[in-house]
Design a protein around this ligand. Structure first.
Ligand code: FEO
Length: 167
């Protein structure tokens, strides 16, 4: 069974992952409105991936014979000044999530909860990828600047992620 501190922290992380899904779905809606279907698809896949992260925590809490307690999910931002602003927000958000995962690792170490420490390894590695992919796209958008052809080319390229999500 999880300690009550750890149970609360893991339940909070379920909420944070579902908020991430909500944020990326909101970015997807922004890109649909902006006529950038490739970026919208990329964000929809990202949102699905975040639901997958939440479900990993959900399953783990049950596996440790503890209770899942869902809380209200905050409403995400709905407008961005540009595609670059959206991807910069996504990168900043992933940095924040990395901080949350690292805090969970610190708690698991403090409590000598080796099973949770091991479970979290996957997320530590995943966050490296999450930060890298959002930063790479933000960096590309900076290079593209005001070039419409450049923007549409990147949009086509990102459409290649497909609807299944997961990178
Ligand atoms: Fe679930 Fe994008 O971190």
């Amino acid at each position: 069974m999880l300690s009550s501190n750890m149970k609360k922290a893991l339940n909070d992380q379920i909420n944070a992952e579902l908020y991430s899904a909500y944020l990326y779905l909101s970015m997807a809606a922004y890109f649909e409105d902006t006529n950038l279907p490739g970026m919208a698809g990329w964000m929809k896949a990202q949102a699905q991936e975040e639901v997958g992260h939440a479900m990993k925590f959900y399953g783990y809490v049950f596996d440790r014979d503890s209770k899942v307690e869902l809380k209200a999910i905050d409403g995400p931002k709905t407008k961005w000044a540009s595609p670059l602003a959206a991807f910069e927000d996504a990168y900043k958000h992933e940095q924040k999530v990395t901080g949350l995962i690292h805090k969970l690792v610190d708690l698991a170490n403090k409590e000598k909860d080796h099973a949770t420490r091991s479970f979290l390894n996957w997320f530590v590695d995943e966050q490296v990828e999450e930060e890298a992919s959002t930063k790479m796209i933000a960096d590309r958008l900076k290079v593209i600047g005001d070039s419409k052809p450049g923007l549409f080319m990147l949009d086509r390229e990102l459409a290649g992620r497909g609807s299944g999500g997961g990178e």
